[in-house]
Design a protein around this ligand. Structure first.
Ligand SMILES: NC(=O)c1ccc[n+]([C@@H]2O[C@H](COP(=O)([O-])OP(=O)(O)OC[C@H]3O[C@@H](n4cnc5c(N)ncnc54)[C@H](OP(=O)(O)O)[C@@H]3O)[C@@H](O)[C@H]2O)c1
Length: 260
């Protein structure tokens, strides 16, 4: 593992993204953390808050609205120029807007905006940063999914009632995207592309669990710092430690596979 890694977390100005940076930085203070936020000023405020909490790692901020291609491209150019590669991409930014009404226009808007932010944007951000990940010796992509993504758990009624249908479906699709990205990466042939990490990226979907954030009106059962632990484990695990292209969660003090 490289001594100092470059880790970028989308939507890290609050909620679980904030806690992912906090928890990972406490355990790995020699790494560089890039807070990718749609408002650079809120990212700067977040850095000040993290420092107040005792984070000593190098913290940086880049403007990135995952739904805006121009900011995805400029963020990638910023990382390329300043760091020359990316070791870990955490696709954390996500939304779950309630449809304003049952009106078809509102329903369509809710589905489209949710799918855009939670699926299409993850594909866009990941494909844009992939050339920088291929320059890392140990590249990783962690897609923040949800227990609601699990068709098995939903089908046997093992989940609380669905709050936003489009959201649950989007996270199931995100899991599917994770599998597809892993298959595409594994199919890359030696010598056909550049970088030490060519064909080596490990992709995971990660379930943080039901966390107290603005997302659910702070009704979640877990502190987001505990929800971040699955990401800490995936970041810190040696290559091959956690089955790639798979769905993971950290519960009851252990890492475990989540049924699809
Ligand atoms: N909370 C839970 O119980 C729970 C459970 C399972 C999975 N998750 C997942 O965990 C992730 C984080 O959720 P959270 O609970 O921390 O929610 P949150 O407190 O609402 O935070 C969401 C974060 O995403 C950012 N974001 C939203 N749209 C964005 C965009 N277009 N571009 C860039 N950033 C954007 C927000 O930035 P702004 O401040 O600019 O809005 C914010 O930083 C989501 O993917 C969610 O699906 C949450």
């Amino acid at each position: 593992m490289a001594k100092s890694q470059i880790i970028l977390v989308t939507g890290s100005n609050r909620g679980i993204g904030f806690s992912i940076v906090q928890a990972t930085a406490f355990r790995n203070p020699s790494f560089n953390y890039i807070l990718a936020c749609r408002s650079a000023s809120s990212g700067k405020t977040t850095i000040a808050e993290l420092k107040k909490l005792g984070v000593t790692a190098t913290l940086d901020v880049v403007e990135l609205d995952v739904t805006k291609d121009s900011t995805i491209i400029s963020a990638k150019e910023y990382v390329e120029k300043k760091y020359g590669r990316l070791d870990v991409l955490v696709n954390n930014a996500g939304i779950a807007p309630f449809p304003k009404s049952q009106d078809l226009t509102d329903m369509r808007k809710s589905f489209n905006s949710t799918f855009d932010a939670n699926i299409t944007s993850v594909a866009a951000v990941t494909s844009t940063f992939l050339p920088l990940l291929h320059l890392s010796p140990n590249p990783k992509v962690i897609n923040i999914s949800s227990g609601r993504a699990s068709l098995s758990r939903s089908a046997i009624g093992n989940m609380p009632p669905t709050a936003v249908v489009a959201y649950s479906i989007s996270k199931t699709a995100l899991n599917s995207l994770t599998i597809e990205m892993q298959k595409a990466e594994d199919a890359l042939k030696d010598g056909e592309g550049n970088g030490e990490g060519w064909g080596k990226v490990e992709f995971w979907a990660a379930n943080p669990g039901y966390c107290k954030t603005a997302f659910n009106g702070y009704r979640g059962a877990k502190d987001p710092i505990d929800g971040a632990e699955v990401v800490v484990q995936l970041v810190m695990g040696e290559r091959g430690r956690w089955k790639k292209g798979w769905f993971w969660e950290f519960e009851d003090g252990v890492m475990r596979e989540v049924p699809w």
